[in-house]
Design a protein around this ligand. Structure first.
Ligand code: C5P
Length: 439
């Protein structure tokens, strides 16, 4: 539908809707972000050791700060060779810490930082830093903080691939993870520092560091360790070898939900129809194309899922027959009828397979009577709640980076959430799920 045009049935009565959603939403700047759980109000020590990837940590420090964390950057002497302390001061609003012999607000600096931290993240963690941590040295401020803290520690290794593959580094990492309970994110394979190969050794992107810090902070989430199944994207229903029936779903909402669940400590499986979105870090991705393939993938896993979030826009119909030869205009003349059959309802079927006490969440995209239609689906499909949104409104629904949704529950009045980025909405939905799991 062209932007600004009316949905086909825009003049139908919308008596079930509160008045506000009829107004045109204010555009929400796509890069605007707000403080949000699990980072909001938390204290993060971001340790930076001396590797070329240190420049990426400036972005991570910024994003953690914008998400509401208080970020204390601790630089090793080598880190300052790669990036200036002022860069971190600029994005966190706090002076980075460097001296082992400093005094904090409440005592010796290394103890003060260690005690107050909710998470200590070292990014990049060089081979040398890992070796010093694994052997319990306290020869600079960062190593001392690592020894002194009882908060979860996350390392994002970054080094040359040969150094990473060396048995010494692997042994250090294994000791840190298996004996001392460190968490690790990356490294990934990819081009390393100029001319230095492309094996595993590259630090993960700053956005992944931020997500992994979220996961480390969310230890007390009701989603920690819970298996969450998310469906996303459209389905494509083939007609012949070159054509299919599909819809405009981008998968953005489902991918944001999978990332939000992972950030809260869940074990996440994302069953996705065709989507160009980047797969979220840490999530098991199962790619499917048709509704029948999605059904099989979901039903196979529903028995082990405590939570299912059905964000996929599943095609209601599929062509009755898939032709093995391309349909040619010369053979169909001025037109053709395509017989279709209904697809099975994946949400309804998977609900029956989920364990008792499981939480099932649906989505409903409508052009009118959004809330009333969502209410009808709640009972029919066994959803605990539905996230209802509108089609044909700029900044909402399919393809947009933002969304405005109504939460429709069986026993409560529908609630309208403000227009917000899809990743923020995904976080709000996860909070609702946490509430249901805890209750
Ligand atoms: O009926 P409608 O398609 O609007 O229902 C939307 C909800 O049901 C979504 O959560 C969607 O993922 C789910 N659904 C499904 N299988 C279908 C159709 C919809 O799981 N065949």
């Amino acid at each position: 539908m062209p932007p600004g045009s009316e949905p086909p049935d825009a003049r139908e009565p919308r008596d079930a809707l509160p008045p506000e959603p009829l107004s045109t939403p204010e555009p929400f700047p796509s890069d605007a972000r707000e403080p949000r759980p699990p980072w909001q109000g938390k204290r993060v020590v971001l340790g930076v050791s001396g590797g070329i990837a240190a420049y990426k940590s400036v972005q991570a420090a910024r994003d953690l700060t914008v998400f509401g964390a208080t970020v204390d950057v601790v630089l090793t002497p080598a880190a300052t060779e790669f990036v200036a302390p002022l860069s971190f001061a600029g994005v966190t609003g706090r002076e980075p810490c460097r001296s082992t012999f400093g005094i904090g607000a409440d005592g010796a600096l290394h103890m003060d930082l260690a005690r107050k931290a909710d998470c200590v993240c070292v990014a990049p963690a060089t081979a040398d830093l890992l070796a010093r941590a694994a052997s319990g040295q306290a020869d600079d401020l960062l190593a001392a903080v690592l020894l002194a803290t009882r908060a979860p520690v996350l390392v994002a290794p970054a080094m040359n691939d040969a150094m990473f593959a060396h048995p010494q580094t692997q042994a250090n990492l294994s000791r840190l993870e298996n004996v001392f309970g460190y968490r690790r994110v990356g490294p990934v394979a990819g081009r390393l520092a100029a001319g230095e190969g492309s094996g595993a050794g590259r630090m993960v992107e700053p956005s992944v560091v931020v997500q992994a810090v979220g996961r480390a902070l969310a230890g007390d989430s009701a989603l920690a360790g819970v298996h969450v199944l998310v469906t996303a994207g459209p389905t494509w229903e083939p007609l012949d070898p070159v054509r299919y029936f599909g819809n405009r779903s981008s998968g953005k909402m489902g991918y944001a939900l999978a990332a939000a669940a992972w950030q809260r400590g869940a074990e996440v499986t994302l069953v996705s129809g065709p989507s160009g979105e980047e797969p979220p870090w840490g999530v098991e991705l199962v790619r499917v194309e048709t509704a029948l393939e999605m059904r099989e993938a979901v039903l196979d896993r529903a028995g082990g899922a405590a939570v299912a979030v059905h964000a996929a826009a599943v095609s209601d119909y599929r062509p009755r027959q898939v032709l093995s030869e391309k349909i040619r205009k010369s053979e169909t003349g001025s037109g053709m009828d395509v017989p279709v059959v209904s697809n099975p309802d994946i949400a309804t079927e998977s609900r029956r397979r989920m364990p008792p006490g499981g939480v099932s969440v649906g989505f409903a995209l409508e052009t009118s009577d959004v809330v009333a239609r969502a209410k009808a689906k709640l009972a029919n499909k066994g959803f605990d709640f539905i996230v209802a949104n509108r089609a044909g409104v700029e900044g909402e629904g399919f393809g947009a980076d933002t969304n405005r949704a109504f939460i429709v529950e069986p026993d409560n009045a529908p609630r309208e959430l403000p227009l917000m980025p899809k990743d923020a909405l995904a976080g709000r939905i996860m909070e609702l799920i946490e509430g249901r799991l805890a209750g």
